[in-house]
Design a binder for this molecule. Sequence first.
Ligand code: NI
Length: 254
Amino acid sequence: MKLNSLTDTHFHLNSEDDIEEIIKRARDNNVENLILSCCDLKNIEELLEIINRYPNIYLTIGLHPDEIDSFNDTTITYFEKLIKSNQKIIGIGEIGLDYYHNKDNKKEQIKLFKEQLDLAKKLDMPVIIHSREATNDTINILKEYKLKTTIHCFTGSLEIAKMYIKEGYLLGIGGVSTFKNTNLKETLKYIPLENIVLETDSPYLSPEPFRGVKNEPKNISIICENLANIKGISLEEVIKITTNNVVNQYKRLG
Ligand code: NI
């Protein structure tokens, strides 16, 4: 980890992406630390190969609620084996609840979520949470576990932010914070920098002025600059504190 550089705490890769070019463009924008998010079972081997090849790329693994159909009896033991055998897998995620895409299978989603939280507890791993139209269930379930937690792609109200902050969670802030029509800008004024990590969620959710264009880790620099403007502080301060938050959250980085 380079502490005086930016960190993209959450991005995705597809087979057709040119990782060398993505790293180069990120580096040109002082984004040196990259955390890949794998949330299905399809390209996990490919991503393991990438983290073994590049020292500055780390991985989190988990089964996203939208991928529930691929969940079976072997999933959890498979994740456990991978986590135990590779120190560059630093967290479990993204996992969680998505009642926007499907609210007819709440029970099954909660089961999948809890089994992965149990694994995180057992292995003492931090978790990365996807929660969409499921805030109450997410908070109530997470409270039972007391894990180091990051709320991925936080776009909620100040009231919800305060509930998460009270539990000591980190909020993943990305491209949405740069959109013209968002309340998030106002909310961010009141969220301590100590509770924020930066993420692109690329290839999705490009920041302004690149909305509609494929997102990349390099755009963390835009998200950082926007946050520095909102808070009226220097870029250096945002870089220092947000990357420090990452190091404190993921003990396998230390
Ligand atoms: Ni994601």
